[in-house]
Design a protein around this ligand. Structure first.
Ligand code: NI
Length: 170
């Protein structure tokens, strides 16, 4: 069991696009297990590899945040191949954006492809909360945070707050 440090805004690494995994080797499997530990400990419903400082296209998620049974899923090199409809994700938050929540406009349905831990192709047709989690985590892999998807006014309020915190901690 290893809990990894989660990097937070405004760390520029969160804005970088991740690279695809080409070989699901033991290092990758260890990283995935550690990501799951980190997600359940946080606790969160999803985590992307670049949130723990790894330049890899990997997400783990569990909409139930069921720390006891840990029925998490992993997707390697996930991609949204289609999305449809509108869904207001209420009070969305992110482990990399502490102490801030906002409503975010998302798609209601998303079809996501990727690989499982064994390298087998997976296709998930997601709706509602699961769809939002997948959109949020895949955004991470593309260097996008949920605060990039809210109004610029709300975003600037958050950015000012963070700048003040950083100044106060100097
Ligand atoms: Ni997040």
């Amino acid at each position: 069991m290893a809990i990894l440090p989660i990097i937070t805004y405004p760390d520029p690494f969160l804005k970088e696009k991740t690279n695809p995994v080409t070989d699901i080797n033991d290092d990758i499997k260890k990283l995935i297990a550690d990501m799951a530990d980190t997600m359940y400990e946080a606790p969160g419903v999803g985590l992307a590899a670049n949130q723990v400082g790894m330049d890899k296209s990997i997400i783990v998620f569990d909409p139930e945040a069921d720390k006891e049974n840990r029925p998490y899923q992993v997707l390697i090199n996930p991609e949204i191949i289609s999305q449809e409809g509108e869904y207001l994700s209420e009070n969305e938050g992110c482990l990399s954006v502490p102490d801030f929540r906002s409503d975010v406009k998302r798609a209601e349905f998303a079809v996501v492809t990727g690989l499982d831990l064994q390298g087998n192709p997976v296709k998930i047709e997601a709706q509602g909360l699961l769809s939002v989690i997948l959109q949020h985590e895949i955004d991470h892999l593309n260097g996008i945070l949920f605060i990039d998807r809210i109004s610029s006014l709300k975003r600037s309020i958050y950015k000012r707050k963070i700048k003040k915190q950083l100044r106060d901690n100097e």
